[in-house]
Ligand binder design. Sequence first.
Ligand code: ADP
Ligand code: MG
Length: 704
Amino acid sequence: MTDRKISVEEMFGENVFTVSKMKERLPKSVFKTVLRIMDQGGELSLADADVVAKAMKDWAVENGATHYTHWFQPLTGITAEKHDSFITSPNDEGHLMMDFSGKQLIKGEPDASSFPSGGLRATFEARGYTAWDITSLAFLKESGTGKTLCIPTAFYSYTGETLDKKTPLLRSMEAVSAQGLRIVRLFGNTEATKVIPFVGAEQEYFLVDKDNYMQRADLKFAGRTLFGAAAPKGQEMDDHYFGVIRERVGAFMKEVNEELWKLGVPAKTQHNEVAPGQHELAPIFENANMAVDHNQLVMETMKRVAIHHDMRCLLHEKPYAHVNGSGKHNNWSLRTDDGVNLMKPGESPERNIQFLLVLACVLKAVDTHADLLRQSIAVVGNDLRLGENEAPPAIVSVFLGKQLEDVVRQLVETGTADRHIEGGVLETGIKTMANITKDATDRNRTSPFAFTGNRFEFRMVGASDSVAGSTTVLNTIVAEAFCDAADILENAENFDIAVHDLIKEYMTKHRRIIFNGNAYAPEWQEEAARRGLPNITNMLDAAPALTSDRSVELFEKFGIFTRSELESREEIVYETYAKSINIEARTMIDMAGKQIIPGCMRYERDLAQTVIAVKEAGADNTTERRRLQQVAGYINDAQRALERLMKDTPRAAKMDEGRKKAYFYKDTILPEMARLRKACDELELLVDKRMWPFPTYEELMFEI
Ligand code: ADP
Ligand code: MG
């Protein structure tokens, strides 16, 4: 923890090789070149790269760094790093130097064979390359290993296929920029040189006491509880949400904030979330690339700092049954580099034609590629969250709010929109308190894709997932819609009429994706089915969206993915799914077989002895017998479910990798796991607490 008394301003970016540090340390001409490439692209010469590398190394070493790493985001969902120290081989006198060359800065060559590649690369073709991403600032990471200079990089296979999350993201940012510029040019903007996607990733998480965590194999291996009856109290009193932050959690948050500020992550908001033990951190939004990198740092920092406070941080989407899971809201918007937010409706949205066109394009994009958006947030844990407590359903729909929906209605029904609903005033009814001006639109926390005034909030993303995937898809599908619109409008004879007609056409055609009601209500499922909207309830069913003709065409058109890259990513979905469920099943087998059932049998034996003792004492033992029967019954259920799982899990594991195997886990193993859990959770409610082998939901969620 930082004990020094320094201000947040001083602390912010302390561990980042910021633009101002570059300015101080680089010769003017090199600095200018770096800035230009950061802004407009291009390649740094090896000579310049040497200069930058030396400055970076000097700064890092002055600040106590001994190692550097190319920091990248393979398809595991987390980041990867392999540290090299700066030392050179000692000279004849035994002295060594600290060195770092431009070549080492620009390119790395980690052995890539153990990262997921979905068949793109066989193990014998182990080479992989990392390439410096000059648009994301290098930083120093402090950890048990000391300080390491981290260089954000993209990761490729020997043959040039992308093996990471950054490359497609950067490509999609370029695509939406190029197409977005065409749109703003149509409206007379000649100044802007880029359209930049911005992302604010709100991060939800749970904290759990270390001692409790350590006793639960499921938390250790699967990141979620695989057993657990509901605690007597859950979240029904709504007393945790925005509640007073407990001391221990507060100390954790303070350290997380300070660590993040030092890394240049603008951590802004913190509060208790709905479920007991659940919290949230929201940073200020940044350009999508930085925001994605920073969200990885947020997750890493939370996990690391929790350990300092004898806790563990759970980022799983559904660590506990019966209460809310954790998501990561992706707040996404587009802005030109001359400062115009394309998602800002302004005072009179009905007259803001550029905004209406952008809105129409977003509706078209989301409706056309709802399956791809759904796929972009598919991680194993999210299957358990979507559609559960407070999570948006698996159906993609857009919430626009009263004001905009009314504008859309006018446009669709009458062809013109000439008025808008005003927000009005909320009277406080208190003399000493001013009345409050109201927004024209309330919020809808049930919508998976909600317009929130100056951005869209994509709420389906899972807490453990990188925001890169969803942002890449958003950028690309909107780039396509912009491109289609620009193709028509650039050639229109009468722009005003053409743009009006196009907005009306898109809004009419894609109005079905708008839903302002309660997306948690069961009636919405029926209504969505009537509208023909896809409801893809699990990750495996979502996977083929990656390789549909429509998706391949989309991604190839904008140079984001090739068909074989998409096929490999689909393969990885199946592999990851099978592996994750395999770990969960094996963990359950262990816990039930070695802990729960033996513990319950001890209780059963006690009960059996009590039944005899009570009878011998001449008393009525009906109650004891009933209880014994109940316990014996559930032990029997548990044992049978366990035996099935013990038989089928190794069978599943032996199957060939791929779709069939994944579905076997989903359709056979998951139901067997559920059966085992059910019997064990019933037992938890019956068995003497002192004989229950590990901490229950009560301790996990309420003892922090
Ligand atoms: P809420 O809980 O109401 O959704 P928060 O303050 O928790 O609001 O989070 C909102 C997130 O949206 C923050 O990360 C914020 O920086 C981000 N955000 C605000 N404006 C924009 C914008 N124009 N583009 C992208 N993200 C934005
Ligand atoms: Mg939010």
